[in-house]
Design a protein around this ligand. Sequence first.
Ligand SMILES: Nc1ncnc2c1ncn2[C@@H]1O[C@H](COP(=O)(O)OP(=O)(O)OP(=O)(O)O)[C@@H](O)[C@H]1O
Ligand SMILES: [Mg+2]
Length: 330
Amino acid sequence: MRTPWSHERTLACVPEAAHSDDAIVVSGMRKVFGDFAAVDGIDFTVKKGEIFGFLGPNGSGKTTTIRMLCGVIEPTGGGARVMGYDVCSQAELVRANIGYMSQKFSLFQDLTVDENLKFYAGIYGLDARKFAERRGYILSMAGLRGREKELTGNLSVGWKQRLALGCATIHEPRLIFLDEPTSGVDPTARRHFWELLNELAADGVTLFVTTHYMDEATHCNRLAFIYRGTIIAEGTPHEIKDELSRDTILQVQVSDGEGALATIEGRPGVKEAYMQGAMLHVNVGERPEAQADLTATLGAAGFEVRGVDRVEPTLEDAFVHLVGRQGGRA
Ligand SMILES: Nc1ncnc2c1ncn2[C@@H]1O[C@H](COP(=O)(O)OP(=O)(O)OP(=O)(O)O)[C@@H](O)[C@H]1O
Ligand SMILES: [Mg+2]
């Protein structure tokens, strides 16, 4: 199997470069594949010790950005400094100073838990004493004690996820990139995983996390939202939700949400309408009185309206709004 770090040499830990409060500084970074710009000139800064959420729909450029920041692929234009190192000219130093947990968990399925840890320890050049110390810590942290000899392929997704985090942090990096670390994992395992991430953050480790789950985004200190290769919003979860501070969001409980959505989309007074889980959400802008029109319209069209309530905007509401402003659909 190829790992993200298919190197002949080990990535022996070296100290990070210049002291600065910034873990990541990105300026004008682009990546073009053929004539398609997957990442189209992005700028942002991540402070040391932050949990930074990088959100965006499928294909928006999240993994491509992470791969450039990890020194795995070179930007076509612009650049970035990661832990003080230049991602183009000092890619190996970048890699030695970060941890990376990929979307697909880079684990050997046919090796045991212990063997996977040993493999990653070898990549980072840990000596036997350091490996013993880190192995003990990771087995406890991940709750994997007693499973050391189990084949990785036989572990549930939740255990694999924690093992992957262990492998990504075997060399005690101060910055970790996590690309959709919780996709495909049940809510209990996701919660447990976020507890681990919060523990790392409490130790001052910087976390750069991509996720599709909006509830996870609220765990982040700051967020950037990427859409079609461009950053369309950046700020704390509170600041991003503030985009909707003047709008009224109505949550509609109705017999057939999708049908009701098709009926009201584009009607006068309906700024945005979309399903959020099983609920229909309608942004009626600065016209709270539209609530009565909505109930009447749906009732007349034969829908059973069980309730229309004004709700506080969620991050998901804010992102639908931001994407809509770009002329797209979230
Ligand atoms: N090596 C490549 N060659 C050509 N196109 C690529 C390559 N890697 C990514 N792309 C394209 O670039 C765009 C961004 O891909 P990327 O994987 O960064 O998105 P993403 O935001 O991580 O999506 P997802 O949520 O599905 O993981 C997509 O359209 C993808 O098809
Ligand atoms: Mg991706």
